[in-house]
Write a protein that binds this ligand. Structure first.
Ligand code: ADP
Length: 256
């Protein structure tokens, strides 16, 4: 569904590549987290998928489409086939919740009749049917993110990518948004999410891909946990104590 084969990208003026021969295959219906420190290359990888940036070398195939063959004038159409969720929601401030979702469908060429049928269904999915007439600034951050998710799933994309979708949300709202993404995944959408939120990653136990200096250093296919580098998490011996310096030391044997 999402396939990168030896993708390298170096921005002009940078000494090291942002992505260095990255190969990755995310299968249909998978839910994967992309984690890594700031500067690891997460956003660049997302931009490869949305074709906001092009690789210097390597192949990218998204939902069966080879991005080498997507011409500039076809990029907006290609992007509409993806669901994209942003950290800052990117809603239209002068349009209501209903209109924000309807507008996205209108651009995608859906008929008025279909739009009137689809929007209430999608707003119900994100539990915002009763807020349809409000404007974005009359909603909480979590509600705004739900509108943004509604807008991106309204066209029923096969793939949804979300770059730090919970970065601006509190703990409870974060859980709610992740729960919603999980529900959308359960309906059959392939999902790739970048996050810095360790709790979210650890609670879902899905696939976790770690980037470091533009390389995939860890790819836990099942029951993944948040890990920032290639070193395995230290196994805490059953009879160990933490010293103040956080180094692990076996507990001294006490001779009785
Ligand atoms: P992350 O999303 O993990 O923080 P990025 O993909 O934003 O990482 O950045 C990866 C590397 O590419 C960093 O070294 C960053 O400085 C560099 N980079 C990102 N965008 C640009 C750009 N537009 N121009 C030059 N360098 C960039």
């Amino acid at each position: 569904m999402i396939l990168l084969d030896s993708v390298t990208k170096k921005y002009p003026g940078d000494s090291a590549p942002a992505l260095d021969a990255v190969s990755l295959h995310i299968e249909p219906n998978e839910f994967a987290f992309l984690v890594g420190k700031s500067g690891a290359g997460k956003s660049t990888l997302m931009k490869m998928i949305t074709k906001e940036e092009n690789p210097d070398s390597g192949k990218i195939i998204i939902g069966g489409i080879d991005l080498d063959y997507v011409k500039k004038r076809h990029i907006p159409g290609y992007r509409r086939r993806l669901g994209v969720v942003f950290q800052d929601f990117k809603l239209l401030p002068r349009r209501t919740v209903y209109e924000n979702v309807a507008f996205a469908l209108e651009i995608a060429g859906m008929s008025g009749k279909e739009i009137r049928k689809t929007v209430p269904k999608v707003l119900e999915l994100v539990d915002l049917l009763d807020q349809a007439k409000k404007f974005p600034d009359q909603l909480s951050g979590g509600q705004q993110q739900r509108v943004s998710i509604a807008r991106s799933v309204a066209r029923q994309p096969k793939i949804l990518i979300a770059d730090e979708p919970t970065a601006n949300l509190d703990k409870l709202t974060t859980e709610e948004i992740i729960g919603l993404l999980k529900k959308i995944n359960d309906f059959g959408t392939t999902i790739l999410v970048t996050t810095h939120n360790e709790n979210v990653v650890n609670s879902l136990q899905k696939r976790v891909i770690t980037l470091k200096d533009g390389k995939i250093v860890n790819d836990q296919k099942n029951h993944g946990i948040y890990k920032l580098d290639e070193t395995p998490a230290p196994k805490i011996p059953s009879r160990a104590v933490r010293t103040p310096g956080h180094a692990l030391k076996p507990r001294k044997k006490v001779i009785q």
